[in-house]
Design a protein around this ligand. Sequence first.
Ligand SMILES: Cc1cc2nc3c(=O)[nH]c(=O)nc-3n(C[C@H](O)[C@H](O)[C@H](O)COP(=O)(O)OP(=O)(O)OC[C@H]3O[C@@H](n4cnc5c(N)ncnc54)[C@H](O)[C@@H]3O)c2cc1C
Length: 432
Amino acid sequence: MIKLDSLDTSAADVVVIGGGPAGATTAALIAEAGYSVVVFERESIPRFHVGESLIPATYWTLDRLGLVEKLKASGFPKKFSVQFVTESGKETSPFYFDEFKPHESSQTWQVWRDDFDRMLIECAEQRGAEVVCEAQVTEVVFDADQVTGVQVRPAGDQEGDSRFVSAQVVVDASGLSAFLASRMDLKEADPLLRKATVWGYFRGAARDAGRDEGATIILQTEGKRSWFWYIPLPDDMVSVGCTGNLRYMFPGGGVDLEALWSREMARCPAMQRRLADAKREGPLRTTRDFSYKATTAAGDGWVLVGDAVGFIDPVYSSGVYLALKSGEMAADAVVNGLATGDVSGERLGAWKESYDEGVMHFHKLVYAFYTPGFSFGALLRDHPECTEHLANILMGNVFEPGVGALFEAIGDVTPPSEDEPSMVPMAEEEEN
Ligand SMILES: Cc1cc2nc3c(=O)[nH]c(=O)nc-3n(C[C@H](O)[C@H](O)[C@H](O)COP(=O)(O)OP(=O)(O)OC[C@H]3O[C@@H](n4cnc5c(N)ncnc54)[C@H](O)[C@@H]3O)c2cc1C
């Protein structure tokens, strides 16, 4: 990895904005195909990032990148299941992924993102991509509608020399900052998913035993106004976060994170028990209003991947999977475009329609989660034949034929908008 002043080229086949999971995946696969790739990452690497829980479907892209053995050899906790805890504290039966798919891909990991993301970007480097850190892309340059390259300068240095690097294709993998989508006004927020999250890292929390030790636990708070995640990490650390409607979390827009945390923790005795002997390390952190999608994923000489093309919600830990998957699909489209001399938007975005179908399954399940009265327990009692479809979506197998049948059983689910008197007490989730 180099700094911008050591970059000795001003032209590449492909420039990637952002060295997170989406950018690293796209860069690795395009470089592997023999094209020159430069990744610009504004942070130094490793860098902190939220989003520690992987889902099983990440296995297939990680396998293509040759990273599965590295993950097996890592100290990351193994995740075999996800478990939901109802607002009254009832622990529902965990979804053990291998009960539905007996394959090694059904075990995944809980990761520190700085280490995991570094593994990915080093993979891109090993496959031939040039990775430039602390380098901020400030402009994507167009000639009419065709991208010709980017302007980039040392991050945090307004006075630093800005350089032009030409490219046949620019991949925007800039995460939630959605560099191109913001500038091109392509961002479409989801008004029914206006959420805010507060989270922190704790040492010494209670852990379950055996194969449950690495499980993600999703805990509803009393009244279901918010929910907590519990993600066990290495070295006796746990990531704990709380998500709810933006206006509920921050009424009046004010942000007293400690008060908010205490308020929500008081509504979740099951989480209190897990954290009784734990000590927080570091500050509470927050992020908000993250759900959106870009209305278009590609144009002539540019394509969006990962969070830059859309982000749904943290509840099912789908983000890193979708970053890897969209990175992989876009990389194949870019390689195809470069090989045929056609880098039109149509060619670079050819993957988007089938990608959207998979994303829609996560999206509908997120809507179900936030819909008053909806209960997975009741759904599975009435429709036991849907258990496998639900498990498939929780594992990330959203591109499997047939998973959409789940939503025929669920019917129409629409969470209340923030303007409605939302979050009225909901039907009790029943044990499954
Ligand atoms: C509260 C919350 C909890 C989450 N929990 C989970 C979870 O448990 N599991 C999960 O799978 N996902 C989770 N996610 C989502 C997950 O973190 C993201 O989906 C994932 O990081 C997306 O990867 P990416 O590569 O698209 O973007 P990022 O990982 O955000 O990477 C983008 C990179 O681009 C760089 N960049 C941005 N602009 C520029 C620029 N102009 N020039 C150069 N570099 C730039 C940034 O510095 C960054 O490193 C969560 C998200 C939120 C908000």
